[in-house]
Design a protein around this ligand. Structure first.
Ligand SMILES: [Zn+2]
Length: 211
């Protein structure tokens, strides 16, 4: 366990959670599977058949990415319906939800109470007020590349509880070590302490057994 990559799209990477796509071959390591809002407008029955099966896999540690996106051309109520079904599935499987949310935070927050599992908003890079609202409602947040250069976001990360934090590359191409370095600096702790903290956070999700 070195630099755990909480959400990524790099099939070769071993240390992290790979975002598996519909009908894709299962990777060797941990993965999450879900229906992205982008895909909520087509082929739903087949995608759910796939998801219900694949989510039983022992290395499938979370449902997602799934959620709501205000910038895409997919009907909002369809998006919410597909998302709700994934919340139910996550409850059944007792696996956390990795959330993709763009401009739909006020719609997302009320859905939190339906989930009996942790919800992690991945790639968080929004305003402090949005972040604080999510924090208040017990969301976990996973941060990516933006933290390296966005001063306001750095300020937010500095104050955000380590117990609710993850780090990820998503589909960006950069060295995750730099992000760990930056966040350790902001928190005034060593990289080793940060790695240890990330490991503890993963235990909350019952996935430490496969690390
Ligand atoms: Zn992603």
């Amino acid at each position: 366990m070195t630099y755990f990559d909480f959400h990524h799209h790099h099939i070769q990477r071993e240390n992290g959670i790979y975002n598996l796509r519909f009908n894709e071959t299962v990777p060797f390591g941990l993965f999450s599977a879900g229906i992205h809002p982008n895909d909520a407008g087509w082929n739903i029955p087949n995608q759910f058949d796939w998801l219900e099966e694949i989510s039983k896999h022992k290395n499938c540690v979370a449902i997602g990415e799934c959620g709501l996106d205000g910038l895409i051309d997919v009907n909002n109520s369809i998006q919410e319906d597909v998302f709700n079904r994934q919340i139910e599935l996550a409850n059944e499987r007792n696996k956390p939800l990795i959330i993709h949310c763009v401009r739909r935070f006020s719609q997302l927050i009320p859905l939190k109470k339906k989930a009996k599992v942790p919800m992690i908003v991945h790639g968080f890079n929004k305003r402090k007020t949005v972040g604080e609202e999510l924090q208040k409602h017990q969301f976990y947040l996973s941060f990516g590349k933006t933290v390296l250069h966005h001063v306001n976001l750095q300020q937010f990360v500095k104050d955000f509880p380590l117990e609710k934090l993850f780090l990820e590359t998503d589909d960006d191409d950069f060295n995750l070590q730099e992000l760990y370095q930056k966040v350790a600096e902001l928190k005034g702790i060593t990289i080793e302490e940060l790695q240890e903290k990330m490991k503890e956070n993963l235990k909350i999700f019952n996935i430490s057994t496969v690390l």
